[in-house]
Design a protein around this ligand. Structure first.
Ligand code: SF4
Length: 186
């Protein structure tokens, strides 16, 4: 089964937010930059995550994106189900509906397999996704940049309005871990 890009980005975002220190926040634009995706795409996903109560988006000075307590504790399966929606793994309906769709054993098998896939993700919380070795990599993505107070939470109406300004964020206190120095030859 392949997840949609929307779901994948949603998981990337919550992982990034899961390693923020208490009281810290990060701008949408900075998250987009760190996750190597467009700002417009990121705002759409952040909007959905906010609707689900997983992400808190606060505007203005001191604002930014944070993970809610509920968002930290939800299971990956819960979140993936909601980001994926009710789609099936095959397209039985649609413009050219399959003639077997009304009585197809395969369709039932695939639905069961899809549900088993989601259930396998129910054993893991969002917070657990940020454990090592992923956590240190997430932290290394943060770069020292001054924060832009206008670039925080996307409102639904803002979705397709990527800023042309250079991304800046207060998520700058973190520094990338330095690589170990290789041993010197005598
Ligand atoms: S054969 Fe079954 S599973 Fe495949 S498209 Fe047709 S109805 Fe869907």
């Amino acid at each position: 089964m392949q997840l949609t890009r929307f779901t994948d980005l949603g998981l990337r975002i919550v992982m990034r937010l899961a390693v923020l220190d208490p009281g810290d926040a990060v701008s949408t634009q900075h998250v987009a930059q760190q996750m190597a995706v467009s700002y417009a795409h990121t705002t759409k996903v952040v909007t959905r995550l906010s609707e689900l109560g997983v992400v808190h988006a606060r505007r203005g000075r001191g604002g930014g994106l944070t993970l809610t307590d509920a968002g930290r504790d939800v299971t990956v399966g819960w979140l993936v189900r909601r980001l994926e929606g009710n789609g099936e793994v095959v397209t039985c309906e649609g413009e050219n509906p399959c003639p077997l769709r009304g009585a197809c054993r395969l369709r039932h098998l695939l639905r069961d397999a899809q549900e088993a896939f989601f259930r396998s993700l129910d054993d893991h919380t969002v917070a657990s996704l940020a454990h090592s070795p992923t956590g240190p990599v997430l932290l290394s993505l943060a770069r020292p940049m001054p924060r832009d107070p206008d670039d925080v939470a996307p409102a639904p109406a803002d979705i397709a309005a990527p800023s042309a300004r250079a991304p800046r964020t207060r998520d700058a206190r973190r520094t990338a871990p330095t690589a170990p120095t290789p041993p010197q030859s005598p």
